[in-house]
Design a protein around this ligand. Structure first.
Ligand code: ZN
Ligand code: ZN
Length: 160
């Protein structure tokens, strides 16, 4: 099932990356690629597994993980470790660079962009003669909804 048109050039790069790992471009792997590149947000392997199952495309979790790793390698997908042992994946092709606030209570991920932080990181790297390739910026805390829930329960101030 074709959900979206994936650029031929992207399929070609995906194919080459698979070949480098001695893997073939199967219809299952292509379905994983289509699913993640047609979506937004920060999804778990299981979300993709269920989405494919709904479309009646049986793909094992192991294949999904492996495929997502390859997609991360070629830079189509961003892999997030938010510290709860379950990786989140996001479509990188459809989005510009951003960083994340991560709620320790409910796992919610909020995106932000701060040009000042970006520029400062670049300047610092230059000062240290460091060629910056990428960065991961994750701020952990409690989201507004969880703060309100806590306040309602009576232990008002969010503990550090
Ligand atoms: Zn929360
Ligand atoms: Zn994001």
């Amino acid at each position: 099932m074709i959900i979206m048109e994936i650029a031929a050039e992207h399929i070609k790069r995906f194919k080459l990356a698979l070949r480098a790992e001695s893997l073939r471009l199967t219809s299952q792997r292509l379905a994983v690629m289509e699913d993640i590149l047609a979506s937004g947000g920060h999804r778990e392997c299981d979300d993709i597994f269920l989405s494919l199952r709904e479309k009646r495309i049986p793909v094992s979790r192991a294949t999904i993980y492996r495929t997502l790793d390859i997609l991360e390698q070629v830079g189509f997908v961003r892999k997030l470790d938010i510290g709860d042992g379950r990786f989140r994946y996001e479509n990188k092709l459809a989005q510009s660079h951003h960083d994340h606030f991560i709620c320790l209570e409910c796992g919610r991920i909020i995106e932000f962009v701060d040009r000042g932080i970006e520029r400062r990181q670049e300047r610092l790297s230059k000062e240290h003669d460091f060629r910056l390739i990428r960065h991961v910026h994750q701020l952990f805390g409690i989201c507004r909804a969880c703060q309100m829930k806590k306040a309602k329960r009576g232990n008002g101030s969010p503990e550090a």
